[in-house]
Design a protein around this ligand. Structure first.
Ligand code: PHE
Ligand code: ZN
Length: 868
C-alpha cells in the first residue's frame, strides 16, 4: 500500500505553507449531512454539502481528500460522471451558480487506519480524530477551520457490536433496522469547523451525572468507558463538574448544549480532543483509581478534562481562522486549565510544576533547530506544530497579558473577545485587539511575543549606594537568534520585582511590576537603608532566563525568606544549579550552602510539605545540561549524584524524620495527603542516595506494602535506579500484578527507560523486544521510546546506541503512524549542544532517517530541520 502523503528520498520536499498566503475560502458550506454505514472493514460515507460561493470569483469548488476515491458525485441531485476532476488528492468541481448541493460517496477502512487520524478502530470500537486535517480522510470537504457548518449525522451499525452511537450535539432520532443493525441521528446546532466533528460507535458503558448551569439548564453528562473501567471514572466526572462551575465563575462561560459526552480510547495520538460536546480522550487522562494512578496522574486527569471542557468556548464557540493561529485556542486554554488547577489545590506548587514543564520541554525547543514563534510563519506539516511553544509558551504569553492588564481588565478583554467573535474563526490578532480595546492599554510592542521565537535572556545587576539610600537595578535583555530570525527586537517583559533588606528580612515597599521594554534599562529605588537582596521574576512573571549573578548567601537567604513561594523555590534551584555547574566545570564543588539551605527548608514547620518536596529536589540532569555551553552527560550525572549523596548523608536525620512523619498515613486524595506522599518519596530518594544500609529494605517495604500507586511507583523508581538485589524482584512483582493493565504497564516501561544505571541502553533495547511492546499504540511507544529519549545519561551513551535505537524506532513507527514518529525526533536535533563525537553520531542518525525512501512529510520536516 502506498501512503498518499508518502515522501520518497528523491522526490521534491513537501510544499511549505506560509501564514502570509492566507486567503479566505472561495466556497462556504453552511450545512452538511453525513451518512455513515459503519463497518470496521468497509464504511460507506455519504456526504451532502450545501455550498455557497463566497465573493465574486469563478474558481471551482475544491474539496480536500486524503486517500479517498469518489464512488459517486451528484450535483443538485444529478449523478455526474465528468463534471469533476481530481487535483492530486482533492476533488475539484466547476459550478455555474452561487449555491448548489453536492453529494459524494466514498468507502473507507477504519480497521486499516494505523495513523489514528480520521475514522479508526481501537480495541473493537470505532472513533474519529479530525484535528488538524483528519476530516479529509473521512469525506471530501473544504477541510480548513474557517469553513463553519451545521452538521446532521446519521449512522448505522451492527447493534450487538456497536450498541452505542454518538456524535456531536444532541441525539434527535434513531431506531432498529433489519439484520441486527440500528441507527441514530445527531444534530449539532452550532456552526463548527471540520476538525471538531466526531463520531463514536462502540460497546461501552457510561458513568452518568448531570450539571445545572447557573441559568438553570440541566446538562446530561456521560463518561463512556469499557465496563471494567467504570469504577475509574469518578475523578474525571468530579473534575468535569468542577470545570463547568469554574468557567462560569472565572470567565462567565456557560455550557450551551443539553448533553456533554466524554469517550475514553486506548489508542490516541495526543492527550485528548475537544470535539463539540463529544470529547474523545486518551484513556490515560480519564481512568484513575488509587491502585493504578499516581497523584500526578490524578492531577493530569483533572487538568486535561478541564482543558478540553474549556475549549468549548476558547476553541469551539470562537475557533481559529487558520492553523497558524493554533495558539489562539491552545495557549489561552492552557492558561485557563492552569488557573483552574491552581484554584483546586496549592497554587504555588502548581506554578512550580508548570514552570518546570516549560523549562524541560519548551526552553530546549526555543533554543534548538525547531524553534518557532507561538504563531508560526510556515510549516510543511501542521501536526508538527502542536508543540510546547504553541501550548505552554502560548499560555505564558496570555499569563503576561493577565499580569500587565490586571485581573479585572483581563476579564473585560476576554468577555469582549468572546462577545465579538462568537461563532467566528478568529486570529491571535483579534485576541490582542480585544484585550487592548477593553483595557485601553497599548499592546503594539507586546505583539512581538507572537512573532519572535527564542527565550529572552535578561541580565540584572543591583547596586546599592548606602549614603543616598538608593539602589539601582540595571536590566538588559537580548533575544537569541533562531532559525529564520537572525536578529530580534527588544520585547516588553513584565518582571515582578522586590528588594529585601538582608538584615531585617523585610521588603522595601513590597513588590513592584517593572516593565522592561528596552534593550537596556535602569530603575532607581529610594529609601534603601540596608544592603538589598534582589528577588526578580517572582511567580515567573515572564518566560525568560534571568542572569542575576547573586551570591550563594543571597540565594540561601531568599530560599528561606522570600514571601513569594515561586521565588523561594527559584532561589534554591539557582543555588543548586550554580553549585552543580561549578562542580562539573571544576570536578569538585562546595556542597555546604546547598545542604544548609535544604536543611533550613526541611525544618521549617510553617511550609506546606508539597512545597518542601519541590524545593529540595535537585534540578534534573537535562536542566543542568541546558545551563552549560557543552553538555557533558556523564559529568553532570556524577556531580548531581555526589550532591545527592552528601545531602542524603548530612541530612540523614531530617530525611528519616520526614519519611516517618508521612509513612503511617492511609491513602486519601486530598492536597495535604498528596504533599506528604510527595515528600515521602523524595525523602526515600535521599535515603537511598546516602548509601544507608537499610535503604533498600525501606524502599522495598514501601513498594510492597503501598496502598496506592504513588507510593508504589515512587519506591519502584528508587529501586530501579539502584544496584540492590530487590530491584529485579520489584520489577517482576510489579509486572505480574498489573499485567494486562496497559496504562500501568506503560509505567513499568517508563520507569526502566528513565533508569540512570549504566545498563539502561541495553535494557531499553531489550524491552523493545518484550512481548508487551507494540509500535501500534502511541502510549506504549512514548512510554518506552519517548521516555528513554529524555534520559540524558542513557540516551547520550557514547556508543551511539541510544541514537541508533531512536532512529530505528522513528523509521518503524513512521510506517504506521507518522504523527507519533515525528514527535520522537527532537532529541536528535539537540546535537549542537553536545561534544563533537556525540554530535557526529546524532547527525549520522538524522541523515540515515532522511535517506530512507517513503518517509512521511511529518518525519521529513522534523528530521530535515533538525539536521539544520
Ligand atoms: N486539540 C487537542 C487539545 O489540545 C490536542 C489534539 C491535537 C488532539 C491534535 C488530537 C490531535 O486539547
Ligand atoms: Zn487544547
Amino acid at each position: 500500500m502506498t501512503m498518499p502523503d508518502a515522501q520518497t528520498a528523491t522526490a521534491a520536499p513537501p510544499p511549505v505553507i506560509h501564514r502570509e498566503d492566507y486567503r479566505p475560502p472561495d466556497w462556504l458550506v453552511p450545512d452538511v449531512a453525513l451518512d455513515f454505514a459503519l463497518d470496521p472493514a468497509a464504511t460507506r460515507v455519504t456526504a451532502r454539502l450545501s455550498v455557497t460561493r463566497s465573493g465574486a470569483h469563478n474558481r471551482p469548488l475544491r474539496l480536500d481528500g486524503d486517500g479517498l476515491t469518489p464512488l459517486a458525485v451528484r450535483i443538485d441531485g444529478e449523478p455526474q460522471a465528468d463534471a469533476w476532476r481530481m487535483d492530486g488528492a482533492a476533488l475539484m468541481i466547476d459550478l455555474p451558480g452561487d449555491a448548489h448541493v453536492i453529494e459524494t460517496e466514498v468507502e473507507i477502512a477504519p480497521e486499516k487506519n494505523s495513523q489514528l487520524m480520521g475514522l479508526y478502530a481501537s480495541g473493537g470500537m470505532l472513533c474519529t480524530q479530525c484535528e488538524p486535517e483528519g476530516f479529509r480522510r473521512i469525506t471530501f470537504f473544504p477541510d480548513r477551520p474557517d469553513v463553519l457548518s451545521r452538521y446532521v449525522v446519521r449512522m448505522e451499525a451492527d447493534k450487538a457490536r456497536f450498541p452505542v452511537l454518538l456524535s456531536n450535539g444532541d441525539r434527535t432520532d434513531g431506531g432498529d433496522l433489519d439484520d441486527g443493525r440500528h441507527w441514530a441521528e445527531w444534530r449539532d446546532p452550532f456552526f463548527k469547523p471540520t476538525y471538531l466533528f466526531a463520531l463514536v460507535a462502540a460497546d461501552l458503558v457510561a458513568n452518568r451525572d448531570s450539571f445545572a448551569t447557573r441559568s438553570g439548564k440541566e446538562v446530561e453528562l456521560a463518561i463512556w468507558v469499557k465496563p471494567e473501567d467504570l469504577a475509574k471514572t469518578e475523578h474525571a466526572m468530579a473534575a468535569l463538574k468542577a470545570s463547568m462551575a469554574w468557567d462560569e465563575k472565572a470567565y462567565g462561560r456557560e455550557y450551551d448544549l443539553g448533553e456533554f459526552n466524554i469517550v475514553a480510547v486506548a489508542d490516541f495520538n495526543f492527550g485528548a480532543m475537544e470535539n463539540k460536546s463529544l470529547n474523545i480522550f486518551n484513556s490515560r487522562y480519564i481512568l484513575a483509581d488509587p491502585d493504578t494512578a499516581t497523584d500526578v496522574d490524578y492531577d493530569n486527569v483533572a487538568g486535561v478534562v478541564a482543558h478540553e471542557y474549556f475549549h468549548n468556548w476558547s476553541g469551539n464557540r470562537v475557533t481559529c481562522r487558520d492553523w497558524f493561529q493554533l495558539s489562539l485556542k491552545e495557549g489561552f486554554t492552557v492558561f485557563r486549565d492552569q488557573s483552574f488547577s491552581a484554584d483546586q489545590g496549592s497554587a504555588a506548587v502548581k506554578r512550580i510544576e508548570d514552570v518546570r514543564a516549560l523549562r524541560a520541554s519548551q526552553f530546549p525547543e526555543d533554543a534548538g533547530p525547531l524553534a518557532h514563534p507561538i504563531r508560526p510563519e510556515s510549516y510543511m506539516e501542521i501536526s508538527n506544530f502542536y508543540t510546547a511553544t504553541v501550548y505552554n509558551k502560548g499560555a505564558e504569553v496570555i499569563r503576561m497579558l493577565h499580569t500587565i492588564l490586571g485581573a479585572d481588565a483581563f476579564r473585560k478583554g476576554s468577555d469582549l473577545y468572546f462577545d465579538r467573535h462568537d461563532g467566528q474563526a478568529a486570529t491571535c490578532e483579534d485576541f490582542v485587539t480585544a484585550m487592548e480595546d477593553a483595557s485601553g492599554v497599548d499592546l503594539a510592542r507586546f505583539r512581538l511575543w507572537y512573532s519572535q521565537a527564542g527565550t529572552p535572556r535578561v541580565t540584572a545587576r543591583l547596586e546599592h549606594e548606602p549614603a543616598g539610600g538608593q539602589a539601582r537595578l540595571t536590566l538588559e535583555q537580548g533575544v537569541p537568534p533562531t532559525p529564520g530570525q537572525p536578529s530580534k527586537q527588544p520585547m516588553p517583559i513584565p518582571l515582578r520585582v522586590a528588594l529585601y533588606g538582608e538584615v531585617t528580612g523585610q521588603t522595601f515597599g513590597g513588590e513592584r511590576l517593572v516593565m522592561l521594554e528596552d534593550a537596556h534599562q535602569e530603575i532607581l529605588f529610594e529609601g534603601i537603608g540596608e544592603r538589598p537582596v534582589l528577588s526578580i521574576n517572582r511567580g515567573f512573571s515572564a518566560p525568560v532566563t534571568v542572569v542575576a549573578d547573586r551570591s550563594a548567601a543571597d540565594l540561601a537567604f531568599l530560599s528561606a525568606q522570600d514571601d513569594d513561594p515561586f521565588a523561594r523555590y527559584e532561589a534554591m534551584q539557582q543555588l543548586m544549579v550554580d553549585t552543580l555547574v561549578r562542580a562539573v566545570a571544576l570536578g569538585e564543588g562546595d556542597h555546604r550552602p546547598v545542604i544548609e539551605a535544604v536543611q533550613e527548608t526541611l525544618r521549617n514547620a510553617a511550609l506546606d510539605p508539597a512545597f518542601i518536596a519541590e524545593a529540595v529536589l535537585l534540578p534534573s540532569e537535562s536542566f543542568i545540561g541546558d545551563q552549560m555551553p557543552v553538555v557533558d552527560p556523564v559529568a553532570i550525572h556524577l556531580a548531581r549524584e555526589a550532591l545527592r549523596r552528601d545531602l542524603g548523608q548530612e541530612l540523614e536525620d531530617e530525611w528519616r524524620a520526614s519519611y516517618a512523619k508521612t509513612h503511617a498515613n492511609r491513602y486519601e486524595y486530598t492536597p495535604p495527603a498528596k504533599g506528604l506522599r510527595r515528600l515521602k518519596t523524595v525523602s526515600l530518594g535521599y535515603m537511598a542516595a546516602s548509601g544507608a544500609p537499610d535503604a533498600s529494605v525501606i524502599a522495598f517495604r514501601q513498594f510492597r506494602d503501598a496502598d496506592n500507586m504513588t507510593d508504589r511507583q515512587g519506591a519502584l523508581g528508587t529501586l530501579v535506579n539502584s544496584q540492590w538485589a530487590e530491584r529485579d524482584e520489584a520489577l517482576k512483582l510489579f509486572y505480574d500484578r498489573y499485567r494486562g493493565n496497559d496504562l500501568v504497564i506503560d509505567k513499568w516501561f517508563t520507569t526502566q527507560a528513565l533508569s540512570t544505571r549504566d545498563d539502561s541502553v541495553a535494557a531499553v533495547e531489550a524491552l523493545a523486544g518484550h512481548g508487551d511492546f507494540t509500535l501500534a499504540n502511541p502510549n506504549r511507544v512514548r512510554a518506552l521510546v519517548g521516555a528513554f529519549a529524555v534520559n540524558q545519561k542513557g540516551f547520550n551513551d557514547l556508543s551511539g546506541r541510544g541514537y541508533r535505537f531512536l532512529a530505528d524506532m522513528v523509521l518503524a513507527v513512521d510506517k504506521l503512524n507518522p504523527q507519533t514518529a515525528a514527535k520522537l525526533i527532537p532529541p536528535l536535533g539537540r546535537w549542537r549542544r553536545f561534544d563533537e563525537a556525540r554530535a557526529t553520531l546524532m547527525r549520522a542518525e538524522l541523515a540515515r532517517v532522511l535517506a530512507t525512501p517513503g518517509l512521511s512529510k511529518d518525519v521529513f520536516e522534523q528530521a530535515s530541520k533538525s539536521l539544520g
